[in-house]
Design a protein around this ligand. Sequence first.
Ligand SMILES: CCCCC/C=C\C/C=C\C/C=C\C/C=C\CCCC(=O)SCCNC(=O)CCNC(=O)[C@H](O)C(C)(C)COP(=O)(O)OP(=O)(O)OC[C@H]1O[C@@H](n2cnc3c(N)ncnc32)[C@H](O)[C@@H]1OP(=O)(O)O
Length: 185
Amino acid sequence: MNSWPPVETTVPDRHPDAPAPDTELPEHYAHCFGCGDSVEHGLRLRATAGEGMTVRSRFTVTTEHQGAPGLAHGGLLACAFDEALGSAVGHLLRRPAVTAKLETDFLRPVPVGTTLVIDAHLDGIAGRKVYVSAEGTVEGTTAVRARALFITVDLKHFVDHGRPEDIRRVAENPALLGRSIDVNP
Ligand SMILES: CCCCC/C=C\C/C=C\C/C=C\C/C=C\CCCC(=O)SCCNC(=O)CCNC(=O)[C@H](O)C(C)(C)COP(=O)(O)OP(=O)(O)OC[C@H]1O[C@@H](n2cnc3c(N)ncnc32)[C@H](O)[C@@H]1OP(=O)(O)O
């Protein structure tokens, strides 16, 4: 297995305003497929800040998340990890970031009706590059592992690239961003 992180990094401190351990984390965007409550068949991940540079997320697989009969679709499992890893970056560093690379190892099938518990860990940063990894367990057995590179960006990244009507909706109703992001800091 390649060494991880693949470049020399430092391990940052938790941001002083990062949520305290055991705090339930809010959805970061109401229409986010990973965590938003407004997405009917979204993944609706729920996350809790952990100790140190960790966040624990939970994803309950429903009938709408199948790839094969009774089993979670691998792409949706990757999505759950993207969300869980992004949540660790965003909440622990309090900086906006986007996924540049996401790699997943599927070790065991994940059945419909089970809850995948995803423990994400922020491994290190090098400039704008943030390396994170996670392990997902079902009833105590490791089912999926993932590693990702996130790149920190300015909020302008989203304004410049997002569809204008969606950006406008958020500007008019900042509550769509939950309590995670202060659009007028
Ligand atoms: C007021 C503050 C508020 C703060 C926020 C607070 C709280 C937030 C709270 C919660 C957030 C919660 C949850 C978030 C949950 C889920 C997140 C889901 C995230 C996503 O789902 S997001 C969608 C998918 N994602 C994209 O839509 C990205 C598309 N992409 C781009 O937008 C560009 O591609 C970008 C910006 C990535 C880079 O572009 P760029 O021009 O800015 O920078 P550049 O290319 O120079 O890369 C810089 C350095 O990264 C290296 N690098 C780049 N890419 C690499 C790769 N793939 N492999 C290896 N290395 C790579 C380069 O090699 C260079 O390295 P070096 O510095 O060493 O040269």
